[in-house]
Design a protein around this ligand. Structure first.
Ligand SMILES: [Zn+2]
Length: 142
């Protein structure tokens, strides 16, 4: 079983991931652009039970997604870095921002999602599948 650890910028929040990913990709939705500083957000979705907060506590902001779901974005209350997101449409997964992993080098994108919101200057990976919205079929947590 793969075990990874990660944390926010200031170190107040630490997370641990034990399990295999459901989906890994780049999200171009406008909310992710705001959080990621303009770029797509690179994220890996895991089954809910794979992700635990091992130090500190996150705060959660709830944002309505383009899909109509509520997206719960968990961030460090001290430094503001977003670590975990999940949503009402698919409550069995937790998506981790790749940048918070201690070793993000193993990330392999399986595709781009919400490319309908991509900016003209984004470079959506043309070698991988791309979806205007959520991936179809939706990856599911078992
Ligand atoms: Zn922090």
């Amino acid at each position: 079983m793969t075990v990874q650890e990660g944390g926010c910028l200031c170190g107040a929040v630490r997370i641990r991931i034990e399990g295999e990913p459901i989906f890994a990709g780049a999200c171009y939705c406008r909310a992710c652009q705001r959080v990621a500083g303009g770029a797509a957000a690179y994220a890996i979705a895991y089954p809910k039970e794979a992700v635990t907060v091992t130090k500190g506590e996150t705060r959660t902001v709830t944002v309505k997604a383009d899909s109509g779901s509520d997206v719960y974005r968990e961030f460090c209350p001290d430094c503001g870095v977003h670590l975990i997101s999940h949503n009402s449409g698919n409550p069995n997964f937790r998506a981790i921002k790749v940048g918070v992993l201690d070793d993000p080098s193993e990330f392999k994108s399986q595709g781009s999602i919400w490319t309908a919101s991509a900016q003209p200057w984004h470079r959506v990976d043309s070698d991988l599948p791309a979806w205007d919205g959520n991936p179809d079929p939706r990856p599911t947590a078992s």
